[in-house]
Design a protein around this ligand. Structure first.
Ligand SMILES: NC(=O)c1ccc[n+]([C@@H]2O[C@H](COP(=O)([O-])OP(=O)(O)OC[C@H]3O[C@@H](n4cnc5c(N)ncnc54)[C@H](OP(=O)(O)O)[C@@H]3O)[C@@H](O)[C@H]2O)c1
Length: 330
């Protein structure tokens, strides 16, 4: 089979489109013929050996796929050949086939396009967990979403809106922010690059501070967030796309009576699989009712995975980039 292989660590240009052996199938394995693969920030980290998981070389990046089941292991009860599934593989997804343990597969709702299934797990799985279980977001609360045009950011805007929050979205590019208004009707858009004192704008919009802050950027964005958070606010630590891991000032946490809350979707899904499954049922239900419409700004064939990762690294993507593998997605 073909795969986009990382044979040596480095930037996306180092990836090689090559023939490789299909993965072995264990007794609990589900073999998926991949039709679409979501592209995520951790894919950039894993090929540079900067991610928390370090698969041995060679491997393919790609943590999430959607496709058809073409073989199941002897002990698999819940899936059969022909099922349309999402696979949460962690890596090795940029390939024509991938094998996942059965608990890492989800049956897709009827009619869901493969490209939608492929972009749901990482960004939407993380965000529904972040806003519901970790952030306890309530209807009517102010939700401040940083890096809002990115993968997890657009998911936070969509899910926050569905949960009834009032949204303030930040980002570093006016054109990308304008897309958020077109796509999701976001009214309050703040450019944190051109407005260095953006925390004052947030305080003015929200009448004092945001109740829940969703931060996938880190660094100074995190520091300033602790200065525009409401009493009893929850600052959700999602990631550090800006490249700097911040330290929280304990005096500010005390004075604001707020919480700084860690979000680790992979750890949560492994420890609380039932809640994770229910989160996906919720996402599927929202999609079926037309409430969830993931934004996909870039589509590439598998062999152009480096271009997809390059677009992500250059901050050009709004929502997600997706790879199509094999035949076109219905
Ligand atoms: N905690 C978890 O379980 C979990 C799960 C998934 C992802 N994450 C993390 O969340 C972060 C974002 O992931 P993502 O998939 O949403 O990435 P993404 O699509 O690339 O979005 C990241 C956003 O961050 C902003 N940003 C600010 N400074 C940046 C910089 N120096 N380089 C790149 N982007 C920068 C960009 O918006 P502007 O250009 O508008 O500034 C960009 O849209 C990553 O750190 C990822 O590892 C965490």
């Amino acid at each position: 089979m073909k795969a986009m292989l990382c044979k040596e660590y480095g930037p996306p240009e180092k990836l090689v489109y090559a023939d490789t052996e299909p993965p072995a199938l264990g007794p609990d394995g589900v073999r998926i013929r991949v039709h679409a693969a979501g592209v995520n920030f951790p894919d950039l980290l894993i090929i540079e050996n900067k991610y928390q998981f370090k698969p041995s070389l060679p491997f393919a990046p790609g943590g999430e796929v959607a496709g058809d089941v073409i073989e199941v292991g002897a002990e698999v009860k819940d899936f059969a050949v022909g099922d349309r599934v999402i696979g949460m593989c962690g890596w090795n997804g940029f390939a024509e086939q991938v094998v996942v343990p059965s608990e890492k597969a989800l049956r897709m709702p009827d009619g869901m396009p493969y490209e939608v299934g492929a972009v749901l797990p990482t960004t939407y799985g993380t965000t529904v967990h972040a806003l519901i279980q970790r952030g306890r977001l309530r209807s009517g609360e102010w939700l401040l979403v940083h890096g809002a045009a990115g993968g997890v950011g657009t998911a936070a805007v969509e899910i926050g809106t569905i949960l009834g929050a009032r949204i303030v979205a930040t980002g570093g590019d006016d054109a990308k922010l304008a897309r958020l208004k077109e796509l999701y009707g976001v009214e309050h858009l703040v450019n944190y690059k051109t407005n260095p004192d953006w925390k004052e704008i947030v305080k003015s919009i929200t009448g004092g501070g945001a109740d829940v802050i969703y931060d996938p950027v880190g660094g100074d964005v995190f520091d300033q967030s602790l200065r525009c958070i409401a009493w009893d606010g929850r600052l959700l630590v999602i990631g550090f796309a800006g490249g700097t891991i911040p330290s929280a000032k304990a005096n500010l946490i005390l004075l604001k009576g707020c919480s700084v809350v860690g979000v680790f979707w992979g750890g949560f899904a492994a420890r609380e699989p039932e809640t994770s499954r229910k989160n996906f049922e919720l996402l599927f239900d929202w999609w079926k009712h037309g409430k969830l419409k993931p934004a996909i700004s870039h589509r590439f064939p598998l062999e152009k995975a480096a271009a997809a990762l390059g677009a992500l690294a250059r901050r050009e993507v709004v929502g997600k980039a997706v790879l199509t593998v094999g035949r076109a997605s219905p």
